[in-house]
Each structure stands twice: as structure tokens, then as C-alpha cells.
Design a protein around this ligand. Structure first.
Ligand SMILES: C[S@@+](CC[C@H](N)C(=O)[O-])C[C@H]1O[C@@H](n2cnc3c(N)ncnc32)[C@H](O)[C@@H]1O
Length: 339
């Protein structure tokens, strides 16, 4: 029988992650990157403009956690690439953001009928930074472009339903200058930010609008070659309306693609699963409450709704799920479907 997790170690790791996130936020990690370690406490202090006694203590935390190294000359190093340090420093900084939601989550949990809550703007901002142009480009190339290749021609019309700050479609629009892209989102702030970023480009083939994916315009019937939804369905409070409307606006030979965390619907499959260990906390603090919100009380899906039940739901709407990446019965990020 597998032994129980060492709870004390779990807490030590959590504390170490918080200290790492703090170092990322205040610039200690950036100082390490710029100094091209190994370096002294004083050098780190000078580079970051931070007090050396505090830096010493931060280094002590990270030495104990096995993240920072020290050599015989008492010089310190952080032996990871700049990309890894920036990426995991930013990811770790979601922990204090989620901590700010303790009160809201606890209050909603104590209700007989939880009402959830809508996106916490600091989290959406965090998410936007997480999606660096390189990360978005590689995501599109791995997951979205193979879907676009299902149809010949590069002058397609694509709807990004729940586009958020619209990064994914700006990258697609650059790669396919002859295509026409609509990005819609029910969140006003997201569309505002998407339009601000769009204005910094010369792209003419992207349009963002505030719109509810569960109520698409009637003059969009049969308009789109592709409808993509990235991290939308498991957050949605009206998944049936969204899928109904997706069917309405897709061309007869069009394709839909829904990308969500690759987590199984069945709790027994989550045991010691590192992918689920990463995604499920995002769901507890953001996806599930978002899916519980909205008139007249949402469905409460979240990442734990899982791949298998999401696929069943898409099939119930009369779509045929097709293989693009892995076999369709394997838990994965994307579900690609046609009418
Ligand atoms: C986790 S964010 C992902 C944003 C974006 N697709 C990305 O990958 O960066 C989910 C987005 O779906 C949007 N959304 C959820 N339900 C929606 C609906 N019914 N209609 C339109 N947008 C919706 C939210 O406002 C939010 O911006």
C-alpha cells in the first residue's frame, strides 16, 4: 500500500514556494539573473536595491529548500535558466493571489446554495502575463494549428469564444494574414485590454467584442470555419447554451475545438496525478466559483468536471468528436469536434 504523503514536507514545500514567489516579485531573482551568479549577498543587495540582511534571510530559506547553492567562497548561485526562473517565479506568484480569495471562497462555501463569484481581476492579469508571446505561439502551434489544418485554405473565418485578453488569436492572425478573426468575451475588462493590445499592432483581420457566448447574433448562422474555446467550457456557467450557439454559427464543414485542463472526470484517476495536482487548485479558487456564478446560478463545472464528462457533453449536443492529437479516449487538453 502506498504510504501517506508527508504533511510536514508538503507545508515546507509550500513555504519555500511562497518565499520563491516573493523573491520573484521584489527582484532578488532578477538580480541573480543579471549578475550571472555565483555572487555575494552584497552584490545581490546592490543589484536589487534591497537590504542585505533581508537578502541573507531569503537566501537562507532558499538554501534550506535546496533551490539556492553556496560555494566555498560564500558566493551564491541559482542554477536554473533565466526562462525557468522567470516562468516558475511568475507561476509561484499565483499563491498570494489565491490567498486573497480565502474570504470570498470560504463565504461562498458556507452557503447552502453557493453562488460562486466572477473572475478576480488580479488573477486574469496574472494569467495574461503567464501567457508570454512565446508560450502562446507554441501552444497555438502544438494544439490550434493542427485543427486549422483540417481545412484547406488560409482565408478561414474563426471565432475565439471567451478570448480573454485575446493573445491567442493575435498570434493566429499574424500567421494567417488572409483569415478573419472574431474574439468575443463576456468580460468587459478583458475586451478592453484585448483592444488596447490590438491597437499596438498593424493587424487588420481581428475584431474583439463584448458578447455572451451563450447568445450569439442570428446573422452569424453558418459563418465560421472554426470556433475555438481556450479554457472556457470548464469555467462557463452556461455550457449548454454555448455549445448550442457554437453549432449554430459553425459552417456545415466547420470544426469546433475546446481546450481545457487535461484532468480526468473520475476522482480515482486523480490520485498522485501531477497534472491534476497543478490544475485543481486553479479550479478551486477560480474555475469552479466562476462556473457557479451567473444567472440563474451556474452549473458548477470547474476543472474537476474533467475530460470524459466534457466529451460526453459535446457529443450530447450532436457533435462528432474527432482524433487530431491523441486517441479521443485519452485524457488531453483538446476536444476537436464537427457537426
Ligand atoms: C480562463 S479565461 C481564458 C481566456 C482566453 N481564452 C485565454 O486562453 O487566455 C476564460 C474566459 O472565458 C470567458 N467566458 C466564460 N464564459 C463566457 C461566456 N458565456 N461568453 C463569453 N465569454 C465567456 C471569461 O470571461 C474569460 O475571459
Amino acid at each position: 500500500m502506498a504510504s501517506h504523503k508527508d504533511l510536514m514536507q508538503m507545508v515546507r514545500d509550500g513555504l519555500g514556494t511562497l518565499v520563491f514567489a516573493f523573491g520573484h516579485k521584489v527582484g532578488i531573482i532578477d538580480a541573480f539573473i543579471e549578475l550571472k551568479d555565483p555572487c555575494t549577498v552584497e552584490e545581490l543587495s546592490q543589484k536589487s536595491g534591497l537590504n542585505s540582511r533581508y537578502i541573507q534571510e531569503w537566501l537562507g530559506c532558499m538554501l534550506a529548500a535546496g533551490v539556492v547553492r553556496i560555494n566555498k567562497e560564500k558566493k551564491y548561485s541559482l542554477p536554473y535558466s533565466k526562462d525557468l526562473l522567470k516562468r516558475w517565479g511568475h507561476i509561484a506568484s499565483v499563491i498570494p493571489i489565491f490567498s486573497e480569495l480565502f474570504g470570498k471562497l470560504a463565504e461562498d462555501m458556507s452557503k447552502e446554495k453557493p453562488e460562486g463569484y466572477t473572475y478576480y481581476q488580479p488573477f486574469l492579469k496574472w494569467l495574461d502575463i503567464f501567457q508570454t508571446p512565446e508560450a502562446v505561439h507554441s501552444w497555438n502551434n502544438n494544439l490550434v494549428i493542427p485543427v486549422l489544418n483540417l481545412k484547406s485554405g488560409k482565408d478561414f473565418t474563426l471565432l475565439d469564444l471567451g478570448c480573454g485578453y485575446g493573445r491567442h488569436v493575435r498570434d493566429i492572425a499574424e500567421q494567417y494574414p488572409d483569415c478573419h478573426i472574431f474574439g468575443i468575451d463576456s468580460d468587459e475588462e478583458s475586451i478592453k485590454q484585448a483592444n488596447i493590445e490590438l491597437a499596438k499592432t498593424t493587424l487588420q483581420n481581428v475584431k474583439y467584442e463584448i458578447m455572451d457566448g451563450g447568445k450569439l447574433p442570428d446573422d452569424w448562422v453558418g459563418k465560421f470555419d472554426f470556433v475555438i474555446m481556450n479554457d472556457v467550457l470548464h469555467d462557463a456557467y452556461e455550457v449548454d447554451s454555448i455549445l448550442k450557439e457554437t453549432k449554430k454559427v459553425l459552417k456545415d464543414d466547420g470544426y469546433g475545438a475546446a481546450f481545457d485542463p487535461p484532468v480526468s472526470s473520475y476522482p480515482e484517476n486523480l490520485v498522485n496525478d501531477k497534472t491534476a495536482q497543478f490544475y485543481m487548485p486553479f479550479s478551486l479558487f477560480s474555475c469552479l466559483p466562476e462556473s457557479l456564478s451567473g444567472p440563474p446560478g451556474g452549473e458548477g463545472l470547474g476543472a474537476g468536471w474533467g475530460y470524459e464528462r466534457r466529451k460526453e457533453k459535446i457529443e450530447k449536443h450532436g457533435f462528432q468528436v474527432i482524433k487530431v492529437h491523441k486517441d479521443v479516449d485519452k485524457v488531453q487538453d483538446g476536444i476537436v469536434f464537427k457537426k
